[in-house]
Write a protein that binds this ligand. Structure first.
Ligand code: ADP
Ligand code: 5GP
Length: 213
């Protein structure tokens, strides 16, 4: 099969907290070896089931400020009173070597990436089927205090107002169906003409073959 070398895709998944972004991400990683996760730096407290360096790089506010001042972050934002940012180096290496990267970042970060690397990106916004279901998912996840859940729900209203800024919008009723839709979006993004290398040479060669008939 003819396959062209290509630049990696930046796949951004965004949603109000609890809509199912992490679940879709986990399901995607289960069967796709070409995609890697961008591990963000955060100043928020580590949850009990999180591992430093895997889920986030947990850093102090001072450490975060140093990274930001040194230009080590591709984007950064304050979300729910904590700082979050994307380390730049890993992203640049992976894209150049044709590997895709998945970003779990908020709308502020997405808008910053649009400014810098729109052509590399495809973005998906995930909505919950209802707010009753969103609340029950947050409660079922049982990782945050009642106060934190309350804050996340209030923030959901603001987040959802940004759905128009994304290329695709999904309602996550069924996890498997939503994951399949994200796979389809990624598959199409991988095939985009502007991402493929060596296409000029291939077409030129086809044209030359016509000339030599
Ligand atoms: P997010 O990463 O968007 O904050 P999570 O993926 O952690 O959300 O999902 C929040 C909770 O909802 C988890 O307990 C997860 O198992 C559950 N969940 C996710 N998607 C669905 C779905 N389609 N149907 C039912 N429960 C879901
Ligand atoms: P959580 O604390 O639940 O892990 O994440 C809270 C929010 O911060 C989510 O909306 C998540 O997408 C966002 N977030 C996580 N990492 C980053 C990042 O590096 N940059 C930005 N802009 N947002 C992030």
């Amino acid at each position: 099969m003819t396959e062209f070398p290509r630049r990696g895709v930046m796949l951004v998944l965004a949603s109000p907290s609890g809509a199912g972004k992490s679940s879709i991400t986990r399901a995607l990683f289960g069967d796709d070896r070409k995609i890697d996760l961008s591990v963000s730096v955060t100043t928020r407290a580590k949850r009990t089931d999180e591992i430093d360096g895997k889920h986030y790089y947990f850093r102090t506010v001072d450490e975060f400020e140093v990274m930001r001042a040194n230009g080590e972050l591709l984007e950064w934002a304050k979300v729910h009173d904590n700082f979050y940012g994307t380390p730049r180096a890993h992203v640049e290496e992976q894209l150049a070597s044709g590997n895709d990267i998945l970003f779990d970042i908020d709308f502020q970060g997405t808008l910053q990436l649009y400014e810098k690397c729109r052509a590399d990106m495809v973005t998906v916004f995930i909505l919950p089927p209802s707010i009753k279901e969103l609340k029950s998912r947050l409660e079922r996840r049982a990782q945050d205090s009642a106060g934190t859940i309350e804050k996340r729900l209030r923030n959901a209203k603001l987040e959802m107002g940004h759905f128009r800024e994304y290329d695709y919008v999904l309602v996550n009723d069924d996890l498997e169906a939503s994951t399949q839709k994200v796979r389809t979006i990624l598959a199409a993004a991988r095939l985009r003409r502007d991402r493929l290398r060596d296409l000029d040479g291939f077409v030129k060669d086809l044209q030359d073959q016509i000339d030599s008939i």
